[in-house]
Write a protein that binds this ligand. Structure first.
Ligand code: NAP
Length: 342
């Protein structure tokens, strides 16, 4: 039985949250997770390897769209990791479907945390709150000083992350300086790596599609990637690093083209007799398909573009180092295969 106050993790069913919880539990902390419903408690306990009789882990209910549950969730906690936010698999019907739960939910959590005397909240933001909606500049390197332009050409998810993070910083700035609750944001790029639960996050969908051979080849698209275990480690470090208070931290391993990822997957899976589409698709073919296919149309303007993120701050303040991308890619594949989704 543990006597220490629990660390609250919101959105405890999530891809990133489960890794945060596993690392916190492994380090001997007591953890309380919020869920929208307790239906998945038994499954999540099994995933985390903590029995129902253990007091090291508890679950409570709270929804970002309602006040109920948040006060009870934060009671007795000094530290909070706020990961909950809608992560859509496809474009929402209306941008408010994402913006309202993301922003109002963050404020609900922060108000309750402040009232309960929480010392520090580490919030999962995104590079979507850093480099979206602006003029595309080839080879641009973004830093924590950059903010996405919510009035520009921006997708609903990036807008929701930007508005939620801005609201969080405004909330803490509005408190008296000597009694201010500390806020840190972790701003990951596209997250890959093993799933602990059976459902998978939209961010591993490109790898799943390659494994399932649902794409004929690789368009000239690329993203900055980061491993989910490294993202979790950044959250855990940010809970206690004294110099982290008041900072946002870009958390990214580096940029890779989809074709690089496909080559890594092909190399990893060849001994198992599995093939991965590695053929490069010319831009004109992708643009042609985009005329008929709205999903392809969404990414057609990104063909050939690369953007980089400066990670000096997280390395310096949190002693953070990303693992090699090849390990992340092969572990993602193994996990999707083990869960039977690819
Ligand atoms: P995920 O697996 O979809 O996790 C999202 C979590 O938010 C789930 O636990 C979900 O609960 C919860 N949630 C959604 N709407 C909610 C609501 N109305 N009330 C309460 N909880 C709600 O995705 P993830 O990748 O782990 O994302 C976690 C955080 O990381 C998010 O803030 C996301 O924006 C951020 N992030 C993710 C990536 C990435 O590439 N994956 C990159 C940068 C930032 P249910 O299980 O009940 O739906």
């Amino acid at each position: 039985m543990t006597e220490q106050p629990p660390i609250l993790v919101t959105g405890a069913s999530g891809y990133i949250a489960l890794h945060v919880m596993r690392q916190l539990l492994d380090a001997g902390n007591a953890v309380r997770g919020t869920l929208r419903s307790l239906d998945r408690e038994a499954e999540l306990r099994e995933v985390l390897g903590v029995s129902a009789s253990s007091q090291q882990l508890e679950f409570v209910t709270a929804d970002l769209t309602a006040d109920a549950g948040w006060d009870a969730a934060v009671t007795g906690c000094a530290l909070v990791v706020h990961t909950a936010s809608p992560v859509p698999m496809s474009k929402p019907k209306h941008e408010d479907d994402l913006i309202v739960p993301a922003r109002e939910g963050a404020l609900r959590l922060l108000r309750a945390a402040r009232a309960a005397g929480v010392r520090r909240v580490v919030m999962t933001s995104s590079v979507a709150a850093v480099g979206a909606g602006g003029q595309r500049e080839e080879g641009r390197r973004y830093s924590e000083a950059d903010w996405s332009n919510v009035d520009g050409d921006i997708d609903a998810y990036s807008k929701s992350k930007t508005l939620a993070e801005r609201a969080a910083w405004e909330f803490v700035a509005g408190q008296p300086e000597d009694r201010r609750m500390e806020l840190v944001t972790i701003n990951p790029s596209l997250v890959l790596g093993p799933n602990l639960a059976r459902d998978h996050s939209p961010s591993v969908e490109a790898v799943r599609k390659l494994l399932a051979r649902e794409v004929p080849g690789c368009p000239r698209l690329g993203w900055s990637f980061v491993d989910v275990r490294d993202v979790a480690a950044a959250h855990v470090a940010a809970l206690t690093a004294p110099e982290a208070a008041g900072h946002r931290y870009i958390c990214s391993g580096g940029f890779h083209w989809m074709s690089d990822i496909a080559d890594m997957l092909a190399g990893h899976l060849a001994p198992m007799g599995r093939k991965v589409p590695t053929r490069r698709l010319p831009d004109f073919v992708v643009r042609l398909v985009a005329l008929f296919d709205p999903t392809v149309r969404m990414v057609a303007s990104d063909l050939g573009r690369r953007s980089e993120f400066d990670t000096a701050a997280i390395r310096r303040d949190l002693g953070w180092e990303p693992r090699p991308i090849a390990q992340t890619v092969s572990d993602t594949a193994d996990s999707l295969i083990a869960h039977g989704v690819a």
